[in-house]
Design a protein around this ligand. Structure first.
Ligand code: IVH
Length: 499
């Protein structure tokens, strides 16, 4: 996967000439369309294109943007034709629109999460063996990604003989995605799991992540005779696939199913951007047919408020129990996916540098997987550059920057992190270690308040000191009588890991 810095990154976009701005736009256009690995949020890209349009409305690049040319250089052997074409989905944002779409249909609907990954078609031959797999591409022709799809753990290499005998070749379509639990390990490096999945599955050699980090949700089965979506999902399961989890309802119950998924999605291990409703019965599906763009028998009811804009008020540098100092964005409160967000981790110094944050910037915020607040990028507007502190905000000792290099997708990625240079004397580190210790050993009664009081009075500095505490010392602490002091010491004693 390409991870380059855009041209003229060090300059203010407002100071660029039309041709320089065009170079920046072209760079982002290629990252998005050719590599499937955008390095800025869509809104930032759109703004750059608008800026170019305002500066030079006749600039030739403006006619060349989009998918034009993406993948054109592939040899024919690297392409996979789609018959029928892989279409998109119509979308809506409200129950009213959903009711309008159903238009008098009162039969069964099947609802499944709309998984945010990369669409993929996998063909099996008459012998039941996986033959070829392709991306969606322009819907009629995609890229051959067989070499990567065979490594996705829940894609069967062959189909069971007994089911196959009567049915012949088939094609399974679905979504390749990266589970959030696996994405966590590379979250600092890539914008979102969708980009990692889409980029890695297309990579010629090993992509950002290996295929065994990806998963496949099956939602379509072509070539075998089934009469309903439910029957299709059941058959997909029997031949070894993981069908997208489904719920059955009628149109009167559709909004409740949507709302239930809105609240459940935080617990899912994949990113979703809506709920797909499909008419279950295939006779009704055929009556409705297709537009050139999407089937009329399915509709994506999108989640709203997943992303929003907010202003960077300050950056807080927070010291962990290991002495690592992590930047945290403090932002004006913004409602995202139904909750107020006021802060988001910025992970490390490298990330702050890459984002080129300034206090006062308008930030584009999302909640990853609908849960974890995340700064996607900045729309600019601020003036005061964010600088890493030279002194530890907790103890005033010097800070030090450490570099580590990780090899990801065949590329060396350097990450810089900030640390307190004298962690053994830093109260934040001492507090963190003590909190962690008492929590892990489940020493009840040792809340953060008591730990802070002990530290403030220099009665303890590390966990070993807990075992030297006396009743006389403890009972001097505010709101802790003799009995509580004795109980607390008994608990500490009983938890002594040395015996
Ligand atoms: S049904 C015509 N079900 O969303 C295709 N699609 O934005 C019928 N997608 O191209 C697709 N989760 O790649 C279906 N549970 C789900 C899905 C799903 C994700 C993708 C699919 C489609 C795209 C449209």
């Amino acid at each position: 996967m390409t991870r380059l810095t855009p041209p003229h990154a060090e300059r203010d976009p407002d100071s660029l000439s039309a041709d320089e701005l065009a170079e920046v736009v072209q760079f982002h256009n290629e990252r998005y369309w050719r590599d499937d690995a955008p390095v800025v949020p869509d809104q930032v890209y759109d703004r750059l294109v608008e800026q170019l349009r305002a500066l030079a409305p006749e600039h030739p690049l403006l006619n060349e943007l989009g998918e034009a040319g993406a993948g054109e250089d592939l040899p024919a052997s690297d392409k996979v034709a789609h018959n029928p074409p892989m279409l998109s989905l119509g979308k809506c944002y409200s129950e009213d629109e959903l009711l309008k779409w159903a238009k008098g249909y009162s039969g069964t609907l099947v609802a499944s999460p709309k998984i945010d990954g990369a669409a993929c078609a996998i063909r099996y031959g008459a012998d039941g063996k996986l033959q070829v797999a392709g991306t969606r591409g322009d819907g009629r022709r995609g890229e051959n990604i067989t070499h990567n799809v065979v490594g996705v753990p829940n894609v069967p290499a062959s189909l069971p003989d007994d089911l196959l005998a009567a049915r012949g070749p088939c094609e399974v379509r679905g979504e390749i995605y990266m589970p959030l639990s696996l994405f966590a390990a590379v979250a600092e490096l890539y914008a979102n799991p969708r980009n990692v999945a889409a980029g890695s599955v297309k990579a010629k050699e090993v992509g950002a992540v290996a295929s065994d980090q990806l998963r496949f949700f099956a939602y379509d089965l072509i070539g075998w005779d089934v009469q309903s979506e439910r029957e299709k999902a059941e058959l997909l399961r029997r031949i070894g696939f993981s069908p997208a989890p489904t719920q059955v309802c009628d149109i009167a119950g559709a909004e409740a199913v949507y709302q239930a998924m809105v609240s459940e999605r935080a617990g899912w291990d994949y990113e979703t951007d809506g709920v797909v409703f499909k008419i279950d019965d295939f006779d009704e599906q055929s009556r409705r047919g297709f537009t050139a763009h999407h089937p009329r028998w399915a509709l994506a009811y999108k989640f709203q408020g997943d992303s929003g804009e907010s202003v960077l008020e300050s950056v807080q540098w927070s010291v962990s129990r290991t002495g690592t100092i992590t930047p945290v964005a403090i932002v004006t409160p913004v409602e995202l996916s139904g909750a107020m967000v006021t802060r988001a981790t910025l992970h490390n110094v490298s990330n702050v540098d890459a984002l080129q944050l300034k206090v006062g910037d308008t930030l584009l915020m999302t909640r990853r997987g609908g849960v974890i607040p995340h700064v996607e990028g900045t729309l600019g507007g601020g003036s005061e550059a964010v600088a890493a502190p030279t002194e530890c905000p907790e103890c005033g000792s010097a800070t030090e920057v450490r570099s580590s290099v990780r090899r990801v997708g065949g590329e060396d990625i350097e990450t810089q992190t900030l640390h307190c240079a004298v962690p053994e004397r830093c109260p934040a580190v001492q507090r963190g270690i003590l909190q962690h210790y008492t929590k892990v050993l489940e020493i009840d009664g040792f809340g953060d308040k008591i730990i802070d009081m002990l530290l403030a009075r220099k009665m303890v500095a590390d966990p070993a000191d807990l075992y030297g505490l006396t009743v006389e010392q403890l009972k001097e602490l505010p709101r802790l009588g003799r009995t509580s002091a004795i109980n607390l010491l008994a608990k500490i004693e009983s938890m002594n890991p040395g015996g």
